[in-house]
Write a protein that binds this ligand. Structure first.
Ligand code: CU
Length: 230
């Protein structure tokens, strides 16, 4: 019985549920997936070490008739031990902080400014209760269907007509808050061909759950045709 309980979490792991953020289809989402996996394994080193020590000590110091009068040595003020448990966590935090800060700053959306001149394909995204409007540089507009070319930098200009929404395509990138009265510019680097699900990731009203869209990544030539057709 006890063993059966231990197996349950592993069955969940083996069941193969699809987690979109762990199947990145753009460089942007790839960096995010790297951070998730990297911090997971770094934490697993800590969790593993703690559990091994815990189990060892449970057995080593368990109560027996022999150890009835055992009194452990007082280790107060042990400089070596104290230095170890200060320096090790600090090192771990530094190792975790370096890629986290680098990627977070690189991916942070910026406010408008001269972002129109940025190299790449620009799409003007307007969110509203409860839909997404995508306008391309040619003037082509489509609702709830984001069409972008593969292999390029996609520069999204995000704004909202009403309340705060959040742009998220788990396979490609996000989440980015979409604010009324303010344009945020977010870049998705090098998306791969395919059709992905997008959604609003910020509760924005009763129909929030229906605020979904499709993201279609197609070839550059197909995109050229798409934006110039009516
Ligand atoms: Cu919304």
């Amino acid at each position: 019985m006890k063993r059966a309980v231990l197996i349950i979490p592993f069955l969940f792991l083996l069941s193969g549920c699809n987690i979109a953020v762990l199947e990145p289809k753009s460089d942007t989402a790839g960096d995010q997936a790297f951070l998730i996996i990297f911090s997971f394994w770094l934490m697993m080193i800590v969790v593993g070490t703690v559990f091994i020590l815990f189990i060892r000590f449970v057995f080593k110091y368990r109560y027996t008739d022999k150890k009835k009068n055992f009194m452990p040595k007082d280790v107060k003020g042990n400089k070596k031990l104290e230095a170890t448990w200060i320096i090790l966590p600090v090192l771990l935090l530094i190792v975790l902080a370096v890629p986290t800060i680098a990627i977070t700053y690189e991916q942070s959306p910026v406010t408008g400014g001269d972002s129109d001149e940025k190299d790449g394909t620009h799409v003007y995204v307007t969110a509203e209760q409860f839909a997404w409007n995508f306008e391309h540089e040619s003037g082509k507009e489509e609702r709830n269907n984001l069409v972008i070319p593969e292999g390029e930098s996609i520069i999204l200009h995000l704004t909202s007509k009403d309340v705060i929404h959040s742009f998220w395509v788990p396979h490609l990138g996000g989440k980015v808050d979409v604010l009324p009265g303010e344009e945020l510019v977010y870049e998705i680097r090098n998306p791969e061909k395919g059709t992905y699900k997008g959604k609003c990731a910020e509760y924005c009203g009763l129909q929030h759950a229906k605020m979904t869209f499709e993201a279609n990544v197609i070839s550059a030539a197909e995109y050229e045709t798409y934006v110039n057709e009516n």
